[in-house]
Design a protein around this ligand. Sequence first.
Ligand SMILES: [Ca+2]
Ligand SMILES: [Ca+2]
Length: 507
Amino acid sequence: MKKRTTIFSTFILLLFLGTITAQKQKQQPNILFVAIDDINDWVSPLSGNKQAKTPNMDKFTKKGAMVFKNAVCAAPICGPSRSALLSGFLPSTSGVYGNAHNMLYSDIVKVNATLPEYFSKNGYHTLANGKIFHKHGTANGTDFGHWAFNEFARARRYNNDPVNKKLYTSSKAGIINGKRNADFASKESKLSWGPTTDAFEETVDYNVADWAKTQLQRDFDKPFFMGVGFIKPHLPWIVPQEFFNLYKLDEVVPPVVNENDLDDILTTDGKMAYKPTGEYKWIKKHALEKEATRAYLASISYVDACLGIVIDALEESKYANNTIVVVWGDHGWHLGEKQRYLKNTTWLEAVKTPLFVRIPGMKKAVVVDQNVSLIDLYPTLIELSKLPEKKNLDGHSFSKILENPKADWEYPGITITQDGTSVLKGKWHYMVTVNGTEQLYNIEEDPLEWENLITNKKYTQIVTNLKKWVPLKRKKSSKLRFKKMKNYVDAPADPTIKSSRNLDQLY
Ligand SMILES: [Ca+2]
Ligand SMILES: [Ca+2]
């Protein structure tokens, strides 16, 4: 009798535990995690450029999302930005400062679960397509970050357009309107753009979006974490003609450039710390400011159309009301400001990045000022999904801001480059390089950051306070380059292979 009672009790207990697990899963939201490559604030919810046409971002945010207008990236270039967000560790902690640094070789990343792995480890089904992690060459093939997901798919690149095929096989190729430009090929510039003859449906990001649409029609027996990684508006700015047609070339207004802007940014021995770049000089020489601006705007409208496919698919799916949506750009971009194009600077153009978060139940666009960082996404998403807290992360959960847009937020947005740090806090933007070149801007009064206030004694205390946030120690990156780690084996050549990291052994 006693034995029967025990068996019965055990049965009831298991039934009870099963119900709890099922209920927990039911309450746990799905995560739709959308990455956009090299997009600055030229999107309508952020009004960084009034010309930008991003109707899908507009529609998405207006239907319900928090718009972080002062969000920053942890690093202003693809690999380090994504490595920081996905590992939860700033470059100064992991040593990942450049695109050549693979975080898999970082001591701290070796023993800690990345964001998707943490979800996988804690009961989620994780899947992704496109660029979520930065890709790296390894001794065993390309590391796409596929090891971090339960399922990983990779959309095809352009395959019909001979111009694009050629372009992709030559780095630094210069193509304008599909034709090679003689000046362009002279290593003066990394920029290239033009319409593709591929149909929209044949382009990579469309295929990534279409994959997501298909996945959102599936059944999942666990909550899901779905990564959708778009590669535009990353160079080359080659998108279908219809997106160029959205902008009339003669009406396009390029950003205002102050030709004396760099004069007041001096090294500790009084020399000019920065000079106009080759890209800037090349664009100026050929008067291509409008062309470049239009091509970047066209690429943004293209990626916005791809995003629209994913959001529409979500809203038509059974996951519409139990999915958290995060749309993030990995860092910003210069289009002439500070006499340069490209990224990887500590000025606002590069450190600020779009970040929109929708929590089920949100009904309108709420614009917030707090300086959250992409590094904060890991702890935030864990908290929102009721996963166990992970105590050693560099970021801070901003879930309280999602509940109350006016919530206090004591942290600045910190962005770290190979040779410097940017600290953005409210109206103040402080920057310092490892060699001691400093800048301070009041971005409320001077949003273009033209007047460097660093030598003005009036702001000494402000600088002292901001300086406290600059990491004192910077982890060295010497062992993170692939060339020095030829025998390290952790990235199989077959991208369909499942995780090669043992989740049970990762914190
Ligand atoms: Ca990028
Ligand atoms: Ca200046």
